[in-house]
Design a protein around this ligand. Structure first.
Ligand SMILES: Nc1ncnc2c1ncn2[C@@H]1O[C@H](COP(=O)(O)OP(=O)(O)OP(=O)(O)O)[C@@H](O)[C@H]1O
Length: 268
């Protein structure tokens, strides 16, 4: 494996869903060891892109290479192998409500292998320690704050030492303290565990603090790509609207509508 190759390399991605073009020739690289943010207006295809990378959805055309494997060509077993090496963190944390914090983190370990209980315990406690919640191992999800739940979900996402960690909207609903803790953890875990991270999120200020590079996807294409600093200084209509927070731009404020006067019944 060539470690200078990006972990994920996408070329010529074309996707149509429900009669709509989602990707119209997307090229994208996720460098190894980095944190790459995927941003873009709602409905632009960020989650769809993640589904392509994990092989849950095949594109109409294009190449998706993850760790040297062309995902589009993989059979079921090979896809299963690949997914084993990917950790996920979703916005709702998705903890199992009837299981303790310990059992939630242990769940992926128990699901995939029969490991000695002492080993499970050591791995789970190490991961909980990494997110600062070893002391909360015996709590139930209902006893956790939103920020703690997100950190437990993070411990669970890394419990099987993934090569790639995918965060889908990890900042939603967090108060500023919890947000800072999660941001710090994303950075620390990425560095200490030698991970590669992909982060889909809308919170520009948070992304600026954590991402090494950003892809802005809009209208089926890569509208901009670069470091957070470069993109927030962006000069294109997309970067100005997206990073400058302007209400109108390439994404119009008004949903397409009939002529206003005609709609109100005035003679035209
Ligand atoms: N299985 C499907 N069939 C038809 N259309 C779909 C399907 N999955 C997604 N879409 C459409 O594809 C588009 C992209 O959806 P996606 O969820 O990837 O957007 P997103 O950028 O993640 O949006 P958000 O920021 O709102 O989460 C949307 O218009 C969605 O309605």
């Amino acid at each position: 494996m060539n470690v200078t190759e990006p972990l994920v390399r996408i070329r010529g991605l074309m996707t149509r869903l429900g009669g709509k073009t989602i990707f119209d020739g997307v090229d994208l690289d996720i460098p190894r060891g980095g944190i790459t943010a995927i941003m873009g207006p709602s409905g632009t295809g960020k989650t769809t892109l993640l589904r392509h990378i994990t092989g849950q959805l095949k594109p109409d055309a294009g190449e998706i290479v993850v760790d040297g494997r062309n995902v589009v060509m993989l059979d079921r077993d090979a896809l299963f192998d690949l997914r084993e090496k990917i950790g996920y963190l979703f916005q709702n944390s998705a903890l199992l409500t009837d299981f303790s914090v310990f059992e939630n983190v242990a769940f992926p370990l128990r699901q995939h292998a029969r490991l000695p209980e002492e080993l499970v315990r050591n791995i789970v406690l190490t991961k909980l320690q990494a997110v600062g919640l070893r002391g909360a191992a015996g709590l139930m999800p209902a006893e956790l704050s939103g920020g703690m739940a997100r950190r437990v979900a993070l411990a669970r996402a890394i419990v099987r030492d993934p090569m790639l960690l995918i965060y889908d909207e990890p900042f939603v609903g967090l108060d500023p303290i919890a947000l800072n803790q999660v941001l710090k953890l994303i950075r620390t875990l990425n560095a200490t565990l030698g991970l590669t991270s992909i982060l889909v999120a809308h919170e520009l200020s948070a992304i600026r603090r954590v991402a090494d590079n950003i892809y802005l996807i809009a209208a089926g294409k890569i509208a901009a790509h670069g470091s957070p600093e470069a993109l927030t200084r962006g000069e294109t209509a997309w970067t100005k609207q997206f990073f400058g927070g302007e209400a109108d731009g390439p994404v119009p404020f008004h949903y397409p509508a009939r002529d206003y006067a005609a709609d109100l019944g005035f003679p035209t």
